[in-house]
Every structure is written in C-alpha cells, then in structure tokens.
Design a protein. Sequence first.
Length: 162
Amino acid sequence: MLSEKMQNELNQRINDELYAWYLYLAVSAHFEAENLAGMAQWMRAQAQEEMGHAMKNFNFLLERGGRVSLRPVREVPDKWDTPLAAFEAAYQHERKVSKIYADFLELARAEKDHATEIFLQWFVTEQVEEEAQTLAIVEKLKLMHNAPGGLFMLDRELGQRK
C-alpha cells in the first residue's frame, strides 16, 4: 500500500505529464500555423509520448491500491518567436521534469517504497533520452542560424518521427 505522500506525488506526476502533453500539443499547433509540418509532427509524437507517461503513472497508482485524483492542468504558452525558442523551451521543460523524477526517486528511497523506486527508474532513464533528443535539435537550430535551407531540411527530418 502506498503512503499518502507517495499517492500525492504520483497524482502530481500524472498532472505534470498531462501538462507536458498539453504543452507539446500547443507547440505542434504553433508549428502548423508557421507551416513547419515536420516540426509539428515531431511535437505531436512527443505529446503522445507524454500522454503515455501520464497513463503509466495512472496505472501504477491504481495497481498499488492508490486513488487517482485528477487536477486541473495549468495553462501553457501558445506562441514562440522562433523554432529555436520553441525547442529551447521544450529542452528546459525536459530538464525540469528530470529533476522532478530524480527528487521523487529520492523520496521513494527515503520512504523505503521499493516498488515505486523501481518504477521510477524507468522515468529517470527515459528523461536522459528526452533531454538528449531535444538538445540535439536545439544544437542543430543554433548551427543553422535560421538559414531557410537548413530549417527546411530539419523540418523534413523531424517529420519522419512516428
């Protein structure tokens, strides 16, 4: 059985992941409006991944006999000045999420909740990948200095993500 503190943290992780889903949908819509369909596709795929993370937390909470408490998702931005600004925001968001999961893992250890500790290891590993993916795109955008040809090529590349 989960402690109340762990149950509350898992409910907060569900909310955090729903926020990320909402954020990436907003970035996708922004890129669609800017005629960057490949970047929009990449962000839609990322949004789906975040929804999967929310459901992973949701299901784990229920499996442990906890009670799900869905909370309002806070508002997300809906415009970015450049593709670089949008991907930098995504990268900063992923760094924040990495810290949240690392702190949660420490709480699980302190509570000697081994099942949750093992569950959270997956998220810690996943966050390494999430940060690396977004940082790689940020670095490519920085290298091209808003060169239209480079932007076109990167947009096409990112549109290949399923």
